[in-house]
Design a protein around this ligand. Structure first.
Ligand code: ATP
Ligand code: MG
Length: 260
């Protein structure tokens, strides 16, 4: 369980990122966070693993405060949380396998990692992870030789090799075309269902949010203004989250149409 208690975030320049967020995300949920650009989606997501530090309040994971944890214990908490970025964040000139093995780094000493010495168990985990996202045959290819969708699946595999119990994905499909978008979202959903990994995703497509989420959270000006099921997240509900009607380019369906 991920628990936010009265969480606020003010950036050093005075911009308010989050205001008094109370939120509990249960194990196995597939939460999609929606809201206009600048609403606070990334701030909310990234505060969970302390990629962003909060200003007040507390965030705990399975009853343990990550906000007040330091040093080695923080590293242990963080390795349970996989992070997926819009830009994939792979080492481009390394092989797919090396990139996936990077998920194991938090488990070993720096020296061992620098020497590239990974135990057999790590190799097994890496290959299992690649198999889960159907990328086993690309293990020895360089990351920069892959398509965007394939690169994103490698970054999902990296999170799996990390043995993450939680996956945070900040606009994971924003750089992808509509077809690839569905493949990546399907992978995330399959992993969520099969492995019970709690998944929190920022998305800006209304229809994708409805299709994949078990729960949709709407954010506006740093506050949660909607929290409901996909069925409750009607166009009217989205209009209330956005403060205006849903635009056509906020529907992937429309985009696929345009693409042919
Ligand atoms: N490093 C920063 N310093 C100052 N203000 C910031 C910083 N990062 C974000 N903000 C501000 O905090 C607010 C929330 O930003 P955030 O990135 O969380 O929005 P978002 O919902 O993820 O938007 P987008 O859809 O564009 O990614 C915005 O007003 C933004 O300008
Ligand atoms: Mg963002």
């Amino acid at each position: 369980m991920i628990q936010f208690k009265q969480v606020s975030k003010v950036y050093p320049n005075g911009t308010v990122g989050l205001q008094e967020i109370d939120l509990a995300i249960r194990p196995g949920e597939f939460v999609v966070i929606v809201g206009l650009s600048g609403a606070g989606k990334s701030t909310l997501l990234r505060s969970i693993n302390r990629l962003h530090e909060i200003t007040s309040g507390d965030i705990s994971i399975d009853g343990r405060s990550i906000t007040s944890t330091k040093g080695r214990e923080l590293r242990v908490m963080r390795r349970g949380i996989g992070m997926i970025f819009q830009s994939f964040n792979l080492v481009k000139r390394s092989t797919v396998l090396r990139n996936v093995l990077a998920g194991r780094v938090g488990y070993h000493s720096t020296l061992r990692t620098m020497l590239g010495l990974f135990p057999k168990r790590d190799m097994e985990l890496a290959f299992e992870a690649l198999d889960r996202v159907n990328m086993l045959d690309k293990a020895y290819q360089r990351a920069d030789q892959l398509s965007g969708g394939q690169q994103q699946r490698v970054s999902i595999a990296r999170a799996l090799a990390q043995e993450a119990k939680i996956i945070l994905a900040d606009e994971p499909v924003a750089s992808l075309d509509p077809l690839t978008t569905r493949q990546v979202m399907d992978d995330l959903r399959r992993i969520n269902r099969e492995m019970g990994i709690t998944t929190v995703v920022n998305l800006h497509f209304v229809d994708l949010a409805r299709e994949y989420a078990t729960r949709i959270i709407g954010v506006r000006a740093g506050r949660i203004v909607f929290d409901g099921t996909p069925a409750q997240a009607t166009d009217e509900a989205f209009a209330a989250i956005y403060g205006r009607p849903v635009a056509n380019d906020e529907r992937l369906g429309e985009m696929s149409h345009e693409a042919g």
